[in-house]
Design a binder for this molecule. Structure first.
Ligand SMILES: *Cc1c(COP(=O)(O)O)cnc(C)c1O
Length: 658
């Protein structure tokens, strides 16, 4: 390979985000002299000098590895998705920490969905927005969350410019949105961007920040995502049978589909709804009414007026497309999706039940089914364990193959314990770097990392300070509890939780064993999943629709200690982790105090089991429990299982019915 060929091979490898879950490719980028931790490899390759490329080109092993990875990518792309049967719409996609276009679970799930769709060669494409400022970065200022806004260029991420610009009606004006394409393995992800010179300053800023701005800003973003997204799909020449809305934020895609139906055979709005219904699938992600997008009629009416005019329908009929169960003067995006969708689902069995209750009075609400969330194994399992599993279980473990996971019983304890110790090292380093704390390599490490939304109760353990302090003071059975997570900048109570956790960590009682790691993102999350022994999850049941962080911990051998909510409610078997009993107190305060006591008492038992052999390494009983965790959960928690469920239970039946 000559210099130019090597550079273009590396650019090609960097521009397809398969590298985000193939650590052998990622390792090539890490070896570049221009590599930095927070930069996309595409930028790192582009900034190589000719001399640097020349010296890489002289390294036969490096060139051989690049050629090998490129041949692999070409093989994958031989079956790239070019005309998808299904298009998946989402306001956020968490593919890698260096493309920070996600805020939390919803985006991570969307990223994992695409990666597994690519692995399983399902004919799916995707649509989202490109946010110039992504989501905020977090740092601590005097023990409180402070926010920093960065600026990103699509060119730096290796996205391709499709040359397509779509027009989106926004109230009385038309906004242009440019369409980028991000490759995620075989899957094309279209990202719309309104930051174009022909748009007004206001409109250029529509796609500026994920979940930034006020309600009007949110409404404008959602028009671009839904209406603009469906138009981008058409402009690509895609003719999908199914449009899948990941949460209600993209619900306006229905407006665009209704518009096409009205321009065609549909004589009335009701006819148009029936015409588009077989094509719409809706996944709801929250049982918390505050988590659902709702727009006051006074705000949304001017935005829906152009359609009402062109269809010749009264605006009241168009507003009635999103009937809010509680407020007749509010447009509800989830209700819109339910009203027009042939099929709708929640994201765990329990969440399906809760959603049928919550939306019982909304058309379509009583038929909500469920597909339980899963996680993309090769993104979330440490390279150390991937090597061990590939060698001992066969590579199908990553696709959730139950037979492969059974072979975990043959893997000897030493191999498991050594791999886990190896994976703890980067966490020890990260913690020291970001918080100055020291993690004892023999300590039982308990992790809690997720958005700091109040229902997740990051401060639950602090309700019994004496009990907690005694656990943290135990030198015979050392433990260390690690926290990470961002609160939405407008969420004052969420920010107070962070302040409380940070302050306790700095107190004498915490004994240096209770730490907060700032700037939670995919990178921090991976370090935590790789290094934690126990994953703590204590939301208010049943508000955690699924939760996925515990699934990622489980795949790395971290054992769950959790309230019976979301995915855990259906997968706990009494031995693959621990259930925190749910209090039946009707008073919230009493409930929290009781559940806190239960969690602390369990953590005491857990520390005793971990340290039972007194050898400074996890006990044999513990390692057995890890094997049981892998054997029982490995087949269930992967996104491969989830995406197969979507394909078998929703996509294929919907496509067959067309
Ligand atoms: C998995 C993950 C989440 C979701 O965690 P939950 O337990 O579902 O709240 C959020 N953020 C990041 C970075 C993650 O990796």
């Amino acid at each position: 390979m000559d210099r130019n060929d090597l550079r273009s091979a590396l650019l090609r490898l960097a521009s397809n985000h398969l590298w985000t879950y193939e650590y052998r490719t990622a390792a090539l980028f890490d070896a570049l002299p221009t590599a930095t931790v927070d930069q996309h490899p595409f930028t790192a390759v582009r900034s190589l000098t000719d001399d640097q490329v020349a010296s890489l080109a002289a390294d036969d092993a490096f060139v051989g590895a690049v050629a090998d990875r490129l041949a692999h990518l070409d093989g994958v792309m031989a079956s790239a998705v070019t005309s998808p049967d299904v298009v998946y719409y989402s306001p956020e996609f968490g593919i890698t920490d260096v493309v920070p276009q996600y805020s939390g679970g919803l985006g991570i799930l969307a990223g994992d969905h695409l990666k597994s769709v690519s692995d399983l060669e399902i004919g799916l494409g995707a649509v989202g927005l490109f946010y110039r400022h992504g989501f905020f970065r977090q740092y601590l200022d005097g023990g409180r969350q402070a926010e920093r806004i960065e600026t990103y260029q699509a060119d730096d991420f290796g996205f391709t410019d499709t040359g397509i610009v779509v027009e989106v009606p926004v109230a009385d004006r038309v906004v242009d949105a440019k369409v980028w394409k991000m490759e995620v393995g075989r899957v094309p992800l279209l990202l719309l961007d309104t930051d174009l010179p022909q748009n007004s300053e206001h409109d250029r800023a529509i796609t500026d920040q994920l979940y930034g701005g006020d309600q009007l800003h949110r409404l404008e973003q959602e028009l671009v995502l839904g209406v603009g997204g469906a138009r981008a799909v058409a402009a690509m020449g895609w003719t999908p049978g199914v449009h899948h809305s990941n949460e209600g934020h993209a619900g306006f895609l229905a407006i665009e589909l209704l518009d096409r139906a009205r321009a065609g055979d549909a004589a009335t709005l009701d006819d148009a709804i029936e015409a588009i219904r077989p094509h719409v699938l809706f996944t709801t992600h929250t049982p918390v009414p505050a988590g659902i997008d709702r727009f006051a009629h006074a705000m949304i009416a001017p935005h829906l007026q152009p359609w009402a005019d062109s269809w010749g329908d009264p605006i009241a009929d168009v507003l009635a497309l999103g009937p809010d169960p509680d407020d007749a003067k509010t447009f509800n995006m989830a209700a819109l999706c339910l009203k027009v969708a042939a099929r709708a689902n929640g994201v765990s069995k329990l969440h399906g039940e809760v959603s049928r209750d919550l939306f019982g009075d909304v058309p379509g609400g009583s038929d909500i089914s469920s597909v339980t969330n899963g996680v993309h194994a090769r993104t979330w399992v440490s390279p150390t364990l991937q090597d061990l599993f590939d060698a001992r279980l066969g590579t199908d473990w990553a696709l959730g193959n139950a037979g492969a996971w059974e072979r975990i019983d043959d893997v000897e304890s030493d191999a498991i314990v050594t791999a886990r110790a190896t994976d703890k090292a980067p966490l020890i380093e990260l913690l020291a770097e970001r918080s100055g704390a020291t993690l004892d390599p023999d300590a039982l490490v308990i992790g809690f990392a997720r958005r700091f939304a109040t229902y997740k109760r990051a401060n639950l353990l602090l309700r019994h300070p004496d009990v907690l302090a005694a656990l943290l003071a135990d030198d015979e059975r050392p433990i260390h509890i690690l926290f990470a997570g961002k609160a939405h900048p407008a969420d004052k109570p969420g920010k107070q939780l962070i302040e409380q956790v940070v302050a306790y960590g700095a107190s004498a009682e915490a004994n240096g064993r209770f730490s907060f790691i700032p700037d939670y993102d995919i990178g921090v999350a991976r370090a935590l999943y790789f290094g934690c022994d126990v994953w703590l999850n204590n939301p208010v049941r049943p508000r955690e629709a699924s939760g996925t962080s515990g699934e990622k911990a489980a795949l790395n051998g971290g054992l769950n200690c959790s309230i019976l909510d979301g995915w855990w409610a259906e997968m706990s078997d009494g031995r693959n982790g621990w259930d925190i009993p749910t209090s039946d107190a009707t008073d919230d305060d009493v409930r929290d105090t009781e559940e806190s006591a239960s969690a602390l008492s369990l953590l005491g038992d857990i520390a005793a089991e971990f340290h039972a052999d007194g050898s400074g390494r996890p006990s044999e009983a513990w390692v057995d429990r890890m094997r049981h965790n892998w054997r029982t959960l490995g087949p269930k928690v992967t996104a491969a299982r989830m995406v197969s469920d979507y394909d078998n239970e929703l996509y294929q039946p919907m496509l067959r019915a067309l």
